[in-house]
Design a protein around this ligand. Sequence first.
Ligand code: NAG
Ligand code: NAG
Length: 266
Amino acid sequence: MLLPSGWLLRHSVVMWLLFHSFVLMTLCFHHAATSCSKGCYCSDSEGSFDGKTMRCSNLHLTEIPQDIPNDTRRLYLDYNLLTSIPANAFHDLPLLAELDLSHNELSLLEPGAFRGLTASLKFLDLSSNQLKTLDPDAFDSVRARSNLTGNPWHCDCRLQTALPRLDLEPVSLTGIVCQTFEPSDAGAQGVPFLLAKDLDLCVVLKKTTDVAMLVTMFGWFTMVISYLVYYVRHNQEDARRHLEYLKSLPSRQGKSEESSTISTVV
Ligand SMILES: *[C@@H]1O[C@H](CO)[C@@H](O)[C@H](O)[C@H]1NC(C)=O
Ligand SMILES: *[C@@H]1O[C@H](CO)[C@@H](O)[C@H](O)[C@H]1NC(C)=O
């Protein structure tokens, strides 16, 4: 009586293991069929949203995966090794609303990096990367809220002129805290760049252009003055020569000239 039940138990364990592996296999096939990028985890968004969530966090990725489903709504690429975002990296993802690129090595966002996301993107996480400056052309009028904290921002005239050209939600810009400056004595270390209102990092540039203008003007001035001096000297010499010539003339001729003018007057 004991033997069959033991056999049954062992049998059911084997059956259970078989079933389990079958379930896993189906899941794997399903995974492949829905074309999720290798190593990433895809799931249909909870709620009534159409579109997927794709998680590719912590996969040592050095490039953005190629085969991202075009109905992806949330894309997590955080904790990878991305160093740059090429142009048009996400342009065939018309539903993408949330993009997490935090905790990478990003130092370059190429012009057009976020092209095509103007209408859809709501949240863009660029925190904890290696960004030093921002190129407005990378954002292509994206209006998302962005997390820009945890980057080694280099605050200079270039960044100062870039910020007003960004369409990102203004609160995003409070994440730009200067780590280095140009000019280096500008101060305001650890203060959000946006809040250091009276800081003008382009003033040095203006100063140098002012100096250039001054030097040019001085050059012109010197030229004009030296020409004047030359002109006056030259004329003086002419006048002196003329005078000497007049003096050297016999006085008789002068008298006859005088008398002739008098006769014409009379
Ligand atoms: C995704 O691509 C397929 C086939 O190319 C297309 O039919 C579908 O409309 C696209 N979906 C979106 C949301 O663009
Ligand atoms: C921005 O990101 C940092 C770390 O990456 C996080 O600690 C912080 O809470 C985030 N801020 C916002 C406003 O999401």
